[in-house]
Design a protein. Structure first.
Length: 111
C-alpha cells in the first residue's frame, strides 16, 4: 500500500504525518485490500481543508473535511472515509453471499 501525504500552502511536519498515519490505520483495520491512499492537507485563510482518496480494488473513495483546526479536519475526514469503507465492505460481502447462495440449476436425469 502506498501512502502519499502532501500539503498545499502548508508544510507537512513529521508530527502531522505521524498523526495522519495513525488515523489511517483505523481504516486499514476494517479493510485490508487498499491499493493506494492520497491525503492532501491545505490551508485557506481561517479554514483547514483535508482531502483523501482511497483506491480500493474495484472502487475509489474520495472524502473532504473542512474545520477550523487541522487536527479536527483530519479526525472528521478519517471518520467519513471509515464509514464509506465499512459500507463498501458490507456491500461486497452481501453480494458474495447472494451469489454463493444462488440456487444451482439441475439438469433433468431423463435427458
Amino acid at each position: 500500500m502506498n501512502l502519499s501525504i502532501s500539503g498545499h500552502h502548508l508544510v507537512v511536519t513529521p508530527a502531522i504525518r505521524e498523526y495522519v498515519m495513525n488515523k489511517i490505520e483505523r481504516v486499514l483495520r476494517h479493510f485490508d485490500h487498499v491499493i493506494d491512499i492520497q491525503v492532501i492537507l491545505s490551508v485557506e485563510k481561517l479554514k483547514h481543508l483535508a482531502e483523501i482518496t482511497v483506491h480500493l480494488k474495484g472502487k475509489d473513495i474520495h472524502c473532504e473535511a473542512q474545520e477550523d483546526n487541522l487536527y479536527a479536519a483530519i479526525d472528521t475526514l478519517v471518520d467519513k472515509v471509515d464509514r464509506q469503507v465499512i459500507k463498501y465492505k458490507d456491500k461486497i460481502q452481501t453480494t458474495r453471499v447472494t451469489i454463493d447462495e444462488a440456487p444451482k440449476r439441475q439438469i433433468p436425469a431423463d435427458l
